[in-house]
Write a protein that binds this ligand. Structure first.
Ligand code: GLN
Length: 531
């Protein structure tokens, strides 16, 4: 069943294994045809995460990086589309030597090749593979076949964990194991047998039910792991270890490590996150929050987590509010922003909510409310400054109004032909690039060094022709690409505003529980400190 938290379960398992002193890498398989996650609507699929080397992936990769405190390469992410694409490309390159290329075994073999490559590249003791989707559906059957083939070839080197949901129907108040028994049978019919079952449920699994699951699902009782709902996802590795999850898995894999699980740094982070500290109130003004009756915060998952890590590290309790940008098209609403200690405008695309965001930015700039603009949030801060301080009335971004007189934000030159050819998949400026930082700035003070590598995902940029004018009017570009042509950071000096910083990149992608991001920490600190 989707939504049981398989991604977080996988991340937590990886954390538990890493805590045993093993080198762990984590790999995600998504069963859709999209070659990567970059073309998917975030309101349906959640945030698009960007790896260091530029691949656009599912948000689970972000969870893995955060839980493992480690960068992951693009070999660690695949979709049905990307696997088929490689197989077809190899066939075109005559790499199959004239043989028939078949869905089975050639697709599963490509999956296995990638899993093995990921192990080699990372020199990992353990590769953890998450197969997306649900047992019993058509879409992931070739991936289960890959797992079956690997297990048949090297049974002692493959352990299968099934994440299952155990409902507690309100009418009877008793945990039901039957859906799990059925799921195990469905998994078995694909030739795959679980070594461990992680039991997601509103409450913990008692001894009696663990024994029942063990008996009917053919696993050792100590490999039935209780995974009740918890207050925070970061509690999960600690819960798993209470049930000795890493012991069960290492036992299955025949890996003897002398080290017992050391989750002490993780525990310190979790404890800090639960302390009764002063609150810092941050509002995220975005356009992707509303879906029918629901508020979707998954779209901004990495940003929300980054805010939390920095707040916890400063012994603060973050109170995060989601505000729909569209609501601020009505200027009367703007005064509500005074309730918050800091305002963040995240990345985005297209026209929806733009006027609302521009109004918000003008308000916080004029009222000295700390502001952090990420990607689109930076471009719009630059645009707002051009419109209202430089008084360039017909200023716009080429993304919204390509005919405007002053294209303060323009399409990057190498993007123009890509857009014209509708070459839109994986073609933005993606991944890690170097930014040089100027001294005496918010950025330099936060990072405490003169250059940084940050991850990107954009097609538009600050038009360098306007950079000088903007700087003369007081908005400084304090971080640029090494050749000085690409504006990576814009900020107002401390003398004019307590914290007004926009970044072209996505710092949230590198924020980790055990390594909070310095710019988020600087934003949280000034939000808390300024009146
Ligand atoms: N839409 C803008 C661009 O493509 C910003 C992208 C973003 O916020 N990730 O440049």
């Amino acid at each position: 069943m989707s939504g049981v938290g398989k991604g977080v379960a996988s991340s937590s398992i990886a954390t538990c294994l890493q805590a045993r002193g093993l080198k762990v890498t984590a790999l995600k398989i998504d069963p859709y045809i999209n070659v990567d996650a970059g073309t998917m609507n975030p309101t349906e699929h959640g945030e698009v995460f960007v790896l260091k080397d530029g691949l656009e992936t599912d948000q689970d990769m972000g969870n893995y990086e955060r839980f493992l405190n480690q960068d992951l390469p693009s070999i660690n992410y695949m979709t049905t589309g990307s696997v088929y694409q490689s197989v077809i490309q190899k066939e075109r390159n005559l790499e199959y030597g004239g043989k028939n290329v078949e869905v089975v075994p050639d697709i599963p073999l490509e999956v296995i090749r990638r899993i093995k490559q990921a192990q080699k590249d990372a020199k990992a003791d353990i590769v953890q593979v998450e197969v997306g989707g649900t047992v019993g559906e058509y879409q992931n059957i070739l991936f289960l076949e890959a797992i079956r083939m690997m297990k048949t070839e090297e049974p002692e080197n493959v352990a299968v964990v099934m994440v299952s949901y155990l409902p507690v129907p309100g009418s009877i108040g008793e945990m039901k194991t039957k859906p799990t028994q059925t799921a195990v049978r469905m998994l078995n019919s694909a030739g795959v047998f679980a070594d461990m079952i992680v039991c997601r449920s509103p409450i913990g699994v008692d001894k009696k039910r663990k024994e029942k699951i063990a008996k009917f699902c053919n696993v050792k009782v100590e490999n039935v792991i209780s995974a009740p709902d918890v207050e925070s996802i970061y509690d999960i590795p600690l819960h798993y270890e209470e049930d000795k999850l890493s012991h069960g898995l290492l036992d299955t894999l025949g890996l003897s490590t002398r080290k017992s699980a050391d989750l002490s740094a993780w525990k310190r982070f979790v404890n800090r996150s639960k302390k009764e500290n002063d609150t810092v109130k941050i509002a995220i003004v975005g356009k992707y929050f509303n879906s029918g009756e629901f508020v979707l915060s998954d779209v901004y998952l990495s940003i929300i987590e980054a805010l939390k890590f920095s707040a916890y590290s400063l012994n603060l309790r973050p109170e995060i509010t989601y505000l729909a940008a569209q609501d601020f098209e009505d200027k009367k609403k703007l005064k509500e922003l005074k309730k918050y200690d800091g305002i963040l405008v995240p990345g985005g695309f297209g026209t929806t909510g733009i006027q609302g965001k521009l109004n918000v930015i003008k308000f916080v700039r004029e009222h000295g409310i700390p502001y952090f603009g990420i990607c689109y949030g930076m471009q719009l801060a630059v645009l707002e400054y051009a419109q209202n301080v430089l008084k360039l009335k017909d200023a716009s971004t080429e993304e919204i109004n390509p005919k405007a007189e002053h294209l303060v934000i323009g399409v990057m030159s190498d993007q123009r032909s890509l857009i014209a050819n509708k070459d839109m998949g994986g073609s933005m400026r993606l991944g890690q690039y170097l930014t040089l930082l100027k001294s005496g700035t918010h950025a330099r003070k936060a990072y405490r060094c003169d250059s940084v590598l940050e991850r990107h995902r954009h097609r538009y940029e600050v038009n360098p022709d306007y950079a000088g004018l903007l700087e003369d009017a007081g908005l400084l570009f304090t971080g640029t690409s090494p050749d000085g042509t690409l504006m990576e950071i814009a900020e107002l000096p401390k003398e004019t505003h307590p914290f007004f910083v926009g970044v072209q990149f996505h710092p949230e992608l590198q924020a980790r529980p055990l390594a909070p991001h310095p710019l988020f920490s600087a934003f949280i600190k000034s939000s808390y400190e300024s009146d």
